[in-house]
Ligand binder design. Structure first.
Ligand code: TYD
Length: 137
């Protein structure tokens, strides 16, 4: 995978004087079947989460509140996506090294994942990731 395979998804936004509403459907607005969701929150200032790659897992990341950066690296190029709107989402396919950083105070990150949790799917060492990537080509 390449950083060019990342997509910024525009989720539906129903504007209303009573408050706005955004929704998403598995295999529709999210381009895979959602098997799991998790949240990252209460991140202390300056902390970094998720410096790793997945072999199979695809994900969609949303900033439900606040803002943070998703930094994605394919071994040749990096791309930084700042998420700060509930109706924008980052689609990150498997095979990319990704880091979440620059969390604002009280930010809330929602991750929609295409697989159940499987530690075997993680590549947690950057040099292992580079080796894995070159073997995939
Ligand atoms: P991890 O994905 O390693 O988060 P980060 O890369 O941001 O540090 O997850 C942290 C811990 O939480 C790890 O011990 C595994 C556990 N975990 C689950 O049990 N289920 C899950 O769905 C997730 C995402 C993590």
């Amino acid at each position: 995978m390449k950083v060019a395979d990342i997509e910024i998804l525009q989720l539906p936004k129903i504007e209303d004087e009573r408050g706005n509403l955004t929704f998403l459907e598995s295999e529709n607005h999210v381009p895979f079947k959602i098997k799991r969701t998790y949240m990252i929150y209460d991140v202390p200032g300056g902390e970094i989460r998720g410096s790793h790659a997945y072999k199979k897992l695809d994900e969609v990341i949303v900033a439900l509140s606040g803002s943070f950066d998703v930094v994605v690296d394919d071994g040749a190029a990096t791309r930084t996506i700042t998420l700060n709107r509930s109706y924008n989402a980052a689609y990150i396919p498997h095979g990319l090294w990704r880091t979440l950083q620059n969390f604002s105070t009280n930010s809330l990150c929602l991750v929609l994942a295409s697989t159940e949790y499987d530690e075997e799917d993680y590549i947690r060492d950057y040099n292992d990731f580079l080796r894995y990537n070159s073997n995939e080509k």
